[in-house]
Design a protein around this ligand. Structure first.
Ligand code: KIV
Ligand code: NA
Length: 275
């Protein structure tokens, strides 16, 4: 399994870091078999798997339940788990307790927290306690209602400067990497140059040290909204639709199951059965 030291080395050597989200045993298995560098159990879980329209209803228990399945499917991959909305904004000691519980119960390697500012103290606390923290800056889905929706961030010079400051503050607080979501690629380039720790972009252009995409987005599986920056690498949804419709039709038509797909019994037993 790779470590945070390996990710630092990958940055200095210019080797791209591949991160993907996973939410259950099969998505974790596919991800580990594809040799991704890190798996994120994202709270995007709420949208792509649980059918909510934002990440805000996702609970600590939801994250733990799904992360355990991901760990069972990806025993040798570095796993980052999102701390969900509301689980790290109150008393930092409570946040630490929650973080310890999430790590202990899931066997994850790191936790991801959105934002800087007030959250910096929590990043410090977790890191000091031995829990690696991945920061998340730019578009913060857990704050979408305050940010005025899912919009590109860091487009003005004030916003851009703030983001650079925040990124450095996260690094100083002990973060081992920072996810940059939905910011102009030029800003990603600057932040990536200024930081020692790796940047992992999503909708942030090609100049980050790594990339992350939502599993269901990149294989086009599901009926949630897919953002414009996503590339579709396969069309799983179409195949699933074909399968489920085909099965339904075959049962209705009586073409499934056939006798070849059925079990039989010995002749002697049959005579007693049919009389
Ligand atoms: O929850 C998630 O999937 C994420 C990624 C988009 C970075 O936080
Ligand atoms: Na997330």
């Amino acid at each position: 399994m790779k470590t945070t030291t390996d990710f630092l080395k990958m940055k200095t050597q210019g080797e791209k870091i591949v991160m993907i989200t996973a939410y259950d045993y099969p998505t974790a298995t596919f991800s580990e078999q594809a040799d991704v560098d890190m798996i994120l159990v994202g709270d995007s879980l709420g949208m792509v798997v649980l059918g909510y329209d934002s990440t805000m209803p996702v609970t600590v228990e939801d994250m733990i339940h799904h992360s355990k399945a991901v760990r069972r499917g990806a025993k040798d991959t570095f796993i980052v788990v999102d701390m969900p909305f509301g689980s790290y904004h109150g008393d930092p000691n409570e946040a630490l307790k929650t973080a310890v519980k999430m790590i202990q119960e899931t066997g994850a390697n790191a936790l991801k927290l959105e934002g800087a500012g007030e959250v910096l103290e929590v990043i410090k606390k977790l890191t000091k306690a031995g829990i690696p923290v991945v920061s998340h800056l730019g578009l913060l889905p857990q704050s979408a209602s305050v940010l005025g929706g899912y919009k590109v961030q860091g487009k003005t010079s004030e916003q851009a400067e703030q983001l650079i400051k925040d990124a450095k503050a996260c690094e100083d607080a002990g973060a081992c990497a920072v996810v940059l979501e939905c910011i102009p690629y030029q800003l990603t380039e600057v932040v990536t140059k200024e930081l020692i720790i790796p940047t992992i972009g999503i909708g942030a252009g090609p100049y980050a040290d790594g990339q992350v995409l939502v599993f269901h987005d990149l294989v086009n599986f599901g009926n949630h909204h897919v953002p414009k920056f996503v590339q579709t690498f396969s069309f799983v949804g179409e195949e699933v639709e074909r399968g489920v419709k085909g099965y339904t039709k075959a049962v209705k038509d009586g073409t499934f199951p056939t006798l070849e797909q059925s079990f039989t019994m010995k002749e002697q037993v049959l005579t007693t059965l049919y009389g």
